[in-house]
Design a protein around this ligand. Sequence first.
Ligand SMILES: C[S@@+](CC[C@H](N)C(=O)[O-])C[C@H]1O[C@@H](n2cnc3c(N)ncnc32)[C@H](O)[C@@H]1O
Length: 305
Amino acid sequence: MAVRKIPPDWHYVSATQSELWRAVAAAHAPSSEDGDPVAVAYGEIFDETATALSGSQVHLVGMGAGAGQKERKFAQALGRAGCDVEFTAVDVSEALAFEAARGVGEVIAGKTQVMVGDFREAGAFLPRLADSSDGRRQVFTGFGLSPNLHPDEFFPKVRCLLDADDGAALVSANLWPAGSDAQRELLSQYDNPETRRWLGQLFVEWEVTEAEVPELEFSVGETDGVAAVQAFATWPELGKRLLESAPSMVEGWRSGDRIEVFSSLRYTTDNFAQRAEVAGMLVQTSRSSTCGREAIFWLAGMSSG
Ligand SMILES: C[S@@+](CC[C@H](N)C(=O)[O-])C[C@H]1O[C@@H](n2cnc3c(N)ncnc32)[C@H](O)[C@@H]1O
């Protein structure tokens, strides 16, 4: 039976989906409180890269910035390193992009702007970004994007962002946790009421009643050789009513088809660095959280070294 995939950005577009995602992040994402190992790793790499950029005019561009808490901390580190920072939030969610711009705007003196759009269509908005960079060094962030995108979509698109002179990117990867309980721990991060409600909202957006939202089954599998937590559903018998409000991509989907509603990839640090290199990027520096759940990589295009 055919496996169909829901594109990951479809889960963030409406204001309700953004709100439900915030609830998931609050309940299940690693805490951003000081002292949390993931927050510590971010803090260290923010300070290290800010020091490397010391005194520069920076155009910080948050790809898939979400609510922008990480970009806010990075902007503060850049400020401490004497950088003059302007900020652009890029996100498919208008609500989240504005929230990010507002939050970062509170800690920088330079201007902020919002671009609501798909990171995978980077080519289309790069000229606009170049105009607004006005000679500033472009520094991209992409936190929480690599887990949901197929590697063939993620790495080449990041490389395409780095074509501008001196362009660099800080991107994160979720890692397979250490320990014999890893699989159970990972599944519980996703198989919970908050995540089910968030992912189910896509069907509600398509005018499916909450009672008719298909049940999600969570499992661990792989995508292109990378371990992944996946959520599948059986496409329901909803007929015309759904098809009138759903995107045209689903028109050929038939009741009983198995649908991959969501997946979250878990790289190893080596595997991530190798894929970045194949796409034409070099890891300048990286940090893994001591809990082994997340890593952050500072990438540069190979030609710009
Ligand atoms: C997992 S959240 C991470 C948010 C934030 N960067 C963080 O680390 O907390 C993914 C974010 O990327 C956005 N997003 C997902 N797919 C996207 C795409 N193709 N283009 C732009 N934004 C996207 C979502 O709207 C959401 O804000």
